[in-house]
Design a protein around this ligand. Structure first.
Ligand SMILES: Cc1ncc(COP(=O)(O)O)c(C=O)c1O
Length: 379
């Protein structure tokens, strides 16, 4: 089997599953309980905060464990809007964010907030100048993703963070779900106030994630209850999930450190192979992230190619279905003004450190044959 759909989700590492199981069996106490099992669970939880914080270069109190990217994004966006609305009701984001960001903003519009959706340029990048033009006196939040999940484009988050830093009540949120472990981002240097991560995109488990929240930035919580996690996310902590997330973070960071060129090499190999196929147009710009490659095969239905590959046990993706109003068109590719024959025929390959050059070669040969067969059928 060849799995090239790692931006949709990844296969959990065995070590991650083992850590989940061990913690579930041995540390099932409630960390708020005043007895030994509670203390033991709490100790493990504290350790997890510390390790996650160390890996992100932030402090323990700045971590909130969540159920994943969607929750982290909602908590950051709605949390700031509801908490700081006295300072303004204007919010800024881009047109190519994940639905868990875009839909949160749309929901806030129904509550009387005004949102500016900043367009991206032809290569899928939001320009700092465009953000500067959008931000006003009453802007309380700017949310820009680091790596786009469909195209792999890298957004200039550090430049945006530096621009926003002097503005006391304009907070900066970054959706780093697709970037963590693949494209460096220094939270402090980029002057980020909130940053979202998801476990299942880094060989962790579904239902795990975190939100970095800078000290002294406050949020209106999504969940009220027992006051866990500094009152910001009530609910008994999912310690097994949290420990497994920290394990996945550590493993992906080690891979990034030990194999910094691996994904770049895979991408270069794939691009050179795809470029040799005359029916293929590559949509991802060269300077994009190393693990996401989007391409179109104009005139062909992408589902047909996905299924033909699937018959050979090769798994790739069409555009992310949830991001588009029109069921057969990529909203992100539309946002960069590609013609319909490209937005409607897009495929996405997304790598993890577990993929190999050999797999790319097998994929290439399979695709070549599928396109040859299809062109014969189509006459
Ligand atoms: C950029 C981005 N943000 C957020 C999410 C949502 O993360 P989760 O599936 O953990 O809720 C995804 C998942 O596809 C994503 O690609």
């Amino acid at each position: 089997m060849i799995y090239f759909d790692n931006s949709a989700t990844t296969k959990p590492h065995e070590e991650v599953i083992e850590s989940y199981q061990t913690v579930s069996e041995n540390y099932y106490g409630n960390p708020s309980s005043q007895h030994q099992l509670g203390y033991d669970a709490d100790k493990l939880l504290r350790k997890a905060y510390e390790q996650a914080a160390n890996m992100l270069g932030v402090s323990n109190q700045e971590i909130i464990f969540t159920s994943g990217g969607t929750e982290s994004n909602n908590l950051a966006i709605k949390g700031i809007a509801l908490r700081y609305q006295k300072h303004g009701k204007h919010l800024v984001t881009t047109t190519i964010e994940h639905p868990s960001v875009l839909e949160a903003f749309k929901a806030l519009e129904t509550l009387g907030f005004e949102v500016t959706y900043v367009p991206v340029d032809a290569s899928g990048i939001v320009k700092l100048e465009a953000i500067k033009r959008a931000v006003r006196e009453d802007t309380i939040l700017v949310s820009v993703m680091h790596i786009n999940n469909e195209l792999g484009t890298i957004q200039p988050v550090q430049a945006i963070g530096e621009f926003l830093a002097p503005k006391k009540y304009t907070f900066f949120h970054v959706d780093h779900v697709q970037g963590y472990g693949k494209v460096e981002l220094d939270i402090t240097r980029a002057r980020i106030d909130m940053l979202s991560l998801s476990g299942h995109k880094i060989h962790g488990l579904k239902g795990t994630g975190l939100l970095y929240l800078k000290e002294n930035v406050q949020l209106f919580p999504l969940f009220h209850g027992g006051g866990q996690q500094g009152n910001l996310r009530s609910g008994t902590e999912n310690i097994a999930g949290i420990v497994s997330l920290v394990k996945a973070m550590r493993m992906v960071s080690e891979q990034q450190m030990h194999h910094p060129n691996h994904l770049h090499e895979l991408k270069a190999h794939l691009i050179s192979r795809l470029s040799s196929l005359k029916q293929v147009v590559i949509n991802t710009p060269e300077d994009a992230a190393p693990h996401i490659i989007n391409f179109s095969v104009p005139g062909y239905k992408p589902e047909v190619i996905v299924h033909a590959l699937e018959e050979r046990r090769i798994f790739v993706s069409t555009k992310s279905a949830c991001a588009s109003k029109s069921p057969d068109e990529s909203a992100v590719l539309k946002a960069i003004n590609l013609p319909a024959n490209r937005t409607k025929s897009a495929l996405r390959i997304s790598f993890s450190y577990q993929n190999s050059e050999g797999e790319i070669e097998l994929f290439y040969r399979a695709l070549q044959k599928i396109l040859r067969d299809l062109s014969q059928v189509m006459g």
